[in-house]
Design a protein around this ligand. Sequence first.
Ligand code: ATP
Ligand code: LTN
Length: 338
Amino acid sequence: MEQSKKRVLSGIQPSGNLTIGNYLGALRQWVVEQDSYECYFCIVDMHAITVQQDPGSLRAKTREVAALYLASGLDPERVTIFVQSHVPAHAELGWILICQSPLGWLYRMTQFKDKAAKQQQDSVGAGLLNYPALMAADILLYQAHAVPVGDDQRQHLEFTRDLAQRFNALYGDTFIIPEAMIPKAGARIMGLDNPTAKMSKSEASEYHAVYMLDAPNMVKKKVMRAVTDSFGEIRFSSEPERAGVNNLLTIYQALTNQSNADIEEHFAGKGYGDLKKAVVEQINNRLQPLQEKYNRYINEPGYLDQILANGAERASVVAEKTLRLAKERMGFVLPNGK
Ligand code: ATP
Ligand code: LTN
């Protein structure tokens, strides 16, 4: 495993419109890390199908996510951007790791419990339960040292580490044990309509999330309607009754990089209307140039497809090498002696 730079891998599901939660919790830090790590960023379409997806929408969203990666500032010359299903090693190691995953560990995952609870019991697919094993495969195939994700993925990262350690103990050192890399500000953006639930791209309600592709007047409409409280006090707080204001402050902080004290001082004596206006302005300032770039990329499907094809080719070389090692260690007979 001779590598010069340490490796990073992360991914986003093409399961809907990307939210500012996806941007602040994940994408934004990926852009920073591309300078110091060897980075692999995938569009995890095989994870998206763990809940029902409309084929036309999955197709469109996969390209949309790719264009948003580029528009956010990922440079395809420096990082490898690819679609998970273009690299079959993910499915293959995924199956191997499913076979290594204790059911008890899988049933304990809060994301599984939450997503399963939202569906009729008999329509919950087995893929939803096995989701963390496929995610472990994504990460371990690249021998990634670090995985930049939002706070909600902490438990999946622990699962990946436990599974890798278990595999290494059973079959000999095979996988690097990865670390979660979680941002200080913006790791958990909450829903605007319900600040006790994580902002999520697959939540249907209209005023729940600001999408990365929302027009400025839509951002304004959503933020101005965000749930607050009747305390009339602008300060950071972990009290559930103040979660709405805390969430707006958190979004403001993630976009301005200011300290809690500076932000509270800035808003001293002001009202929630002022806070909301300031948040709208910060979001729109950030999204406007990004959306301009997005429009250019999405209107050049040939260019996007070329980037994804190159990415899959580069990713396959690394992934195949690890897959071969894992199979060999487990006792698979490799074709043609290797
Ligand atoms: P879905 O609603 O389809 O489950 P999601 O919006 O939770 O999707 P994912 O594709 O599962 O998004 O997540 C992609 C990345 O974005 C992950 O690193 C995740 O931790 C991060 N992320 C998602 N939502 C938030 C949020 N509200 N705050 C911060 N980070 C987030
Ligand atoms: N489970 C992740 C998406 C995901 C991922 C990954 C993130 C799939 N594979 C590998 C990091 C590394 C989520 O955000 N829900």
